[in-house]
Design a protein around this ligand. Structure first.
Ligand code: SF4
Length: 381
């Protein structure tokens, strides 16, 4: 097996002062000096990486709110990635952006720097829902940001849409969906709001008008159906795209392909040469330690082995392309998996094409249970 190009993830852990009340991602309030020091540390981490001649063909600037870094720092980071990971011309280079944090000029300048894709944190097309989420932007600002990105020449624009927001109704979800599909986006990530421990939302969870389990499932099905009709079929449980609009970087995660994540809280999967397997590791959530380290790679913490058959199956079942049972080494495991898949298919929860198993729409709704049943079958085999 040849060494394949990796995905490079750069974590930009800065946000505005007030965090969104539902968010438990690692991020700090933006400060100019800290942003300079962090940019320098990330560039050094790219230039001094100890992994030999790694090539990347996707780069993802995630956060946090990466656009807070501004054009000079973002350009410097991207040029360092080009120098250190030899990005080919057709590489996908994504930047996460929040609507209130971009201007027309910033987007034009980033396009000229070489960014190819913007992922906009829209969340809702309804202002009252955005206020309930504590987001600092309006729907009009989100529309403007997407139009500016389109005018700047970004061929690929993604929008995040949040489901199961407090107070969200069938009508308001339809409004948000048609708001997004009327804009020049070729990708939508539709995630269920999760109430994470330790967040302000968690503290007041009993007062929030959150939908129950059935209403949440209805919400997901409605959204998936509307996006499909609008020409953005699902390709992953939470991700929908027009043809050619799938996120190449995120596909690497689900296809269990290698990626290197740099920055505090960033995770990596580093495959061994000539093997499907490799190691998973991560940087601790501490920006100061990362910035001060002479060699940040000494900070990498081991998470364990990656790329096992079980893990590949679990990740692939998130994708509509599914899991190719021919990639299993143990014929007993393959037989047992296909046998269980046929049983689940008779209940409409999965489908089998050739020897590829994938979940149906109904199966995706109960993906944890279906995946567990298939994993158990694989282990029995
Ligand atoms: S902008 Fe994103 S990362 Fe920052 S606090 Fe809000 S949800 Fe979290």
């Amino acid at each position: 097996m040849n060494r394949q190009p990796i995905g490079l993830y750069l974590h930009i852990p800065f946000c505005r002062g007030d965090k969104c009340p539902y968010c438990d991602f690692y991020s700090l309030p933006f400060e100019e000096d800290l942003a300079d020091a962090y940019t320098t540390a990330l560039i050094r981490a790219m230039e001094d990486h100890p992994f030999g001649s790694l090539q990347a063909d996707t780069v993802y600037f995630g956060g946090g709110t990466p656009t807070l870094l501004g054009e000079k720092r973002l350009d410097a980071l991207l040029q360092a990635a080009v120098r250190s990971f030899g990005l080919p011309r057709d590489s996908e280079i994504t930047l996460e952006a929040n609507p209130e944090s971009v201007t027309r000029e910033l987007l034009q300048s980033l396009r000229l720097s070489g960014f190819t894709r913007v992922s906009v944190g829209v969340q809702s097309g309804v202002d009252t829902e955005l206020a309930a989420l504590g987001r600092p932007h309006t729907a009009a600002q989100a529309r403007q940001a997407i139009l500016w990105a389109h005018q700047a020449g970004f061929a690929h624009i993604s929008a995040d849409l949040m489901l199961a927001i407090p107070g969200q109704s069938e009508e308001s979800l339809k409004q948000s969906t048609s708001f997004l599909t009327s804009l020049p986006v070729d990708h939508i990530s539709a995630y269920l709001l999760k109430i994470e421990e330790g967040t302000p939302y968690h503290q007041k969870r009993r007062e929030l008008p959150l939908p129950d389990e059935d209403a949440t499932a209805d919400c997901y099905l409605l959204c998936a159906g509307l996006l499909e009709v609008a020409g953005l079929p699902r390709y992953e449980i939470s991700n929908f795209a027009r043809p050619g609009g799938q996120c190449r970087h995120n596909l690497k995660y689900w296809r269990c392909q290698p990626y290197l994540g740099l920055g505090p809280a960033a995770h990596s999967y580093l495959q061994r040469e000539d093997s499907r397997q490799g190691r998973r590791c991560f940087f601790a959530k501490d920006l100061q330690v990362f910035v001060k380290a002479d060699n940040p790679y000494t900070l990498l913490q081991e998470e364990g082995e990656g790329g096992s058959e079980e893990e590949r199956l679990m990740l692939a079942l998130r994708l509509t392309e599914g899991f190719d049972a021919n990639t299993l080494e143990n014929p007993l495991g393959k037989g047992s998996l296909l046998c269980k898949a046929r049983e689940l298919a008779s209940h409409g929860l999965c489908q089998i094409q050739g020897e590829t198993v994938s979940l149906t729409g109904d199966g995706m709704l109960v993906s944890n249970g279906v995946t567990l049943a298939l994993l158990e079958a694989l282990e029995v085999g």
